[in-house]
Write a protein that binds this ligand. Structure first.
Ligand SMILES: [Zn+2]
Length: 278
């Protein structure tokens, strides 16, 4: 968390910074463990001050602002990072700030409670090493069925665990993997090699359906309240979760099964024994 729908919501929010010129770069004093900012802030500042933001993109679970130099500022929220245009939830966890001129947005913040996120200025020649095909699979919103099957079907892992592998397919994390498998009616512990052709088709369709629904609702804000969109408002998809974090309650897909919790690769998985029988 945040996963593809939350990061896509942030990206759409910060599109208001497109066309802006960066006038100031700050790393506010923070008494907590510092996040990764690369290169060093003085070098970073020298390379981006006076430059124009030309595009706002998403790379898997990261937001990228492309500059007129061809380089990009890449924000990786990891567990608790937020890319914001509005005042952050608190100043204590404010990690990075851009002051802008010439666009609708006047400031852009990176806020991170746990501090596992990062802000990197990435030159075009570094791009492939960091985000190229060897590091990151095709995006979950656009991957084709043959590609999905080719990248996952030879894996011996359980399908739920394989879906979290960003090298295979980019953007899906722990929350949406449970939701997607529920909609696809696939048991999370089924080894990839045992999915039928029909199951791959259902899975491919469910990936897009669930992610698009979640983007439409601006992502999921869980009970810890951490995730906010670029304007510091919560998402709404948590009210539509079919199985995630609902152990012991009825499955919202079939209304009959009781949601079960299972631990796979140290992460919780939620599923319904009725819709997702092996
Ligand atoms: Zn069910």
């Amino acid at each position: 968390m945040p996963e593809l729908p939350e990061v896509e919501t942030m990206r759409r929010g910060v599109a208001a910074a497109i066309g802006a010129t960066i006038t100031r770069v700050e790393r506010p004093a923070c008494r907590l463990k510092p996040i990764v900012v690369a290169p060093r802030i003085d070098v970073f500042r020298r390379r981006v001050t006076g430059r124009r933001i030309e595009a706002a993109d998403r790379i898997g679970k990261r937001v990228s602002l492309r500059l007129d130099t061809g380089a990009a500022i890449v924000f990786e929220p990891r567990m608790t990072g937020l890319v914001l245009l509005a005042e952050p939830p608190d100043v204590e966890h404010l990690r990075f700030r851009l002051t802008l001129s010439g666009a609708e947005a006047e400031q852009l913040w990176f806020w991170d409670r746990r501090g596992l996120g990062s802000v990197r200025l990435v030159a075009p020649e570094q791009w492939d090493d960091l985000y190229g095909p060897g590091k990151l699979g095709p995006d979950a919103l656009t991957i084709g069925l043959p590609q999905l099957q080719e990248r996952l079907s030879t894996s011996r892992r359980a399908i739920k665990v394989a879906l979290l592998d960003q090298r295979a397919v980019a953007g899906i994390g722990n929350l949406y993997a449970s939701e997607i498998l529920n909609v696809a009616q696939v048991h999370p512990a089924l080894p990839c090699g045992r999915l039928t052709r029909n199951a791959w088709q259902r899975l491919h369709k469910a990936i897009r359906v669930v992610l698009e629904e979640a983007i439409h609702c601006e992502g999921s804000t869980l009970s810890d309240g951490t995730y906010r969109n670029a304007l510091n408002d919560p998402g709404g998809y948590q009210n539509h979760h079919r199985v995630y974090d609902r152990a012991g309650q009825p499955c919202r897909s079939c209304g009959q099964g009781i949601v079960q919790r299972l631990v796979q690769a140290q992460r919780s998985t939620f599923y319904c024994r009725v819709c997702q029988s092996r």
